[in-house]
Design a protein around this ligand. Structure first.
Ligand code: OOG
Ligand code: MG
Length: 325
């Protein structure tokens, strides 16, 4: 009784496997001149994460770039997609690998990494989105809007806006080894500024697991930086400053810089830890968005949005929507 065992990548439908079994049974029975009924076929389905060539799994080789491209296309087209977690089982490390593969695609398209952003550093934000850990994303040159500038919202899906604090690192921070425990990135923060972040999840209904949102570059979309102030000039009470988010001069949300990890400066070691662990780039003169001080509010299709941080100043932008059809 001939027995054939096949190992194939998991995920094919039952009909395809039935066809494969039929073809193998036929080939064995006619070649060996035995009854079809005596041919035994066993198909093993191996998850892409459990099959490696030269140390690289099929998931790393095929799925990570493909999922990154899917998110990149959704971002470029301004169309929402289903959460990746409905289809693939991702670890957090897989999700960061997808995020960084997405960055590679952006860089290949001419974008330049200019900084990092933290997400869920505020308990209110984490509760709003139903997650429980701080995450890191990458900011690129095309995401920056000038202070007082305009954002065309027609390219976005379901954007929200949040008030933040931004830090700027010295030029020499670019060469630092973040995996070295002696590296103290805080010593390289030179300036801070009030900031606005526009987040725009590529997932339907703005709903995701922690791994989903990490893969989606922490929902990064656009950001605006207000006037920089030297850190030394404003360091005291940095964790105790009132924050106002205004839409058309109406207060849409209010909070305190304390909402950001109890002290916004704590964002710097938090970002260092994640960047070192997952391999994020930190260019010289990079910007770090420390995370929202309030829950996010829907970005108006057209209007003026501003964030004020007590004693730090105000940052603003105007939104409008061009007709897309
Ligand atoms: C993820 C981004 C969160 C923040 O400041 O907490 C974030 C999201 O809520 O979609 O940027
Ligand atoms: Mg944010």
């Amino acid at each position: 009784m001939p027995q054939v065992e096949l190992s194939i990548r998991a995920g094919r439908d039952a009909e395809t496997i039935r066809t494969l079994i039929g073809a193998v049974t036929e080939a064995v029975s006619s070649t060996l001149v035995v009854n079809r009924s005596s041919v035994r076929v066993i198909v093993h389905e191996i998850p892409a994460t459990h099959w490696a060539n030269g140390g690289m799994t099929l998931f790393e080789r095929d799925d990570i770039p493909q999922l990154a491209a899917r998110l990149g296309e959704a971002t470029a087209a301004g169309t929402e997609i289903a959460r990746l977690s409905t289809e693939v089982a991702m670890t957090l490390a897989d999700a960061y690998a997808i995020q960084l593969a997405g960055l590679d695609l952006r860089v290949a398209a001419g974008e330049v990494p200019v900084g990092l952003k933290l997400g869920f550093t505020s308990k209110e934000k984490a509760a709003q989105m139903g997650v429980d850990d701080v995450i890191l994303g990458v900011l690129t040159s095309t995401m920056l809007i000038d202070d007082g500038g305009t954002l065309d919202t027609s390219a976005l899906i379901h954007p929200r806006v949040e008030p933040e604090v931004a830090f700027r690192f010295a030029e020499d921070a670019g060469g630092l080894d973040l995996t070295d425990p002696d590296t103290d990135l805080l010593a390289h923060v030179t300036h801070l500024a009030p900031a606005l972040e526009v987040i725009d999840s590529r997932y339907r209904d703005f709903s995701f697991t922690l791994a989903d949102v990490v893969a989606d570059n922490a929902s990064a979309s656009r950001y605006v930086i207000g006037p920089w102030k030297p850190l030394d000039a404003v360091r005291d009470r940095i964790g105790d400053r009132q924050v106002w988010l205004r839409v058309d001069d109406t207060v849409a949300a209010t909070g305190s810089t304390r909402a950001i990890l109890n002290d916004p400066l704590a964002a710097v070691p938090a970002a260092t830890r994640l960047a070192a662990r997952y391999g994020h780039p930190l260019p010289g003169g990079a910007v770090l968005l420390a995370g929202a001080a309030t829950a996010a509010v829907p970005l108006p299709e057209s209007g003026r949005v501003s964030a004020e941080v007590e004693g730090l100043g105000t940052v603003s932008m105007t939104t409008h929507r061009t007709a897309t059809d």
